[in-house]
Design a protein. Structure first.
Length: 229
């Protein structure tokens, strides 16, 4: 069985799961308000069915992350409330990173390899830049969430960045926001509305963090220009 066949098979399974999530209206069911109103029920259920709940939570996050289904923000808040800040962060990273890997590999095997072969000469400079500084760019884009999570997975799959680098930069890049929102979920009773979780200062912090990751790249380019002069 070829790699492409395996990817298509896995994609079919996940598409079925995604359809199940969509048609059962799970993302709309676990809105911020609904979760807050039914918090006692959810906590009791988790206590009675912990292992099953963890598998279900990671699985749903995997589908949501892989197909950009609305609900990741609420799921992260829910995870913080149900499992605590640190444990929820681990589960979110597992589900989100696994979903990102599926999208990355699907993009690479279905389209990325073809593009690299078809435009090999045209992409020489681009591929060299990705080889030298790809990890910095992925980290920056993950920190600032531009482009969206799902779109970046596809774009990265079209490049020559290796899977190992993609995995650790994705996990590290989404870690700050995951910790913040999981912690917010852990303190859910103090939050009156979803807008309380977002602020200009917080968003600016993510942007600044992203810019810091490309400083080494800019510094290297500056030194090259200086030497050339």
């Amino acid at each position: 069985m070829s790699n492409r066949t395996i990817i298509l098979f896995l994609l079919l399974i996940v598409l079925m799961l995604a359809a199940a999530v969509h048609f059962t209206r799970l993302p709309s069911y676990i809105t911020f308000e609904d979760f807050q109103n039914n918090s006692a029920f959810f906590k009791r259920y988790v206590a009675d069915n912990y292992f099953l709940t963890v598998l279900f939570y990671i699985g749903i996050y995997f589908v949501v992350a892989a197909f950009s289904i609305p609900g990741a923000f609420v799921l992260t808040i829910a995870g913080g409330f149900l499992f605590g800040t640190v444990i929820a962060t681990v589960y979110v990273l597992a589900g989100a990173t696994a979903g990102a890997i599926l999208a990355f590999l699907t993009s690479r095997y279905l389209l990325g390899n073809y593009i690299q072969k078809r435009y090999e000469k045209e992409l020489l400079g681009f591929n060299k830049e990705i080889n030298d500084n790809g990890k910095n760019y992925i980290l920056m884009l993950r920190f600032i969430s531009i482009p969206p999570f799902f779109l970046l997975n596809i774009i990265a799959g079209l490049t020559k960045i290796d899977l190992k680098t993609f995995i650790w930069t994705t996990a590290l890049g989404i870690l700050p926001a995951t910790l913040i929102y999981s912690n917010a979920g852990n303190n859910l009773s103090r939050i009156e509305e979803p807008g309380d979780l977002l602020s200009i200062r917080l968003l600016a912090g993510f942007v600044l963090l992203g810019l810091l990751t490309v400083l080494p790249v800019l510094a290297k380019k500056f030194m090259r220009v200086k030497k050339a002069v």
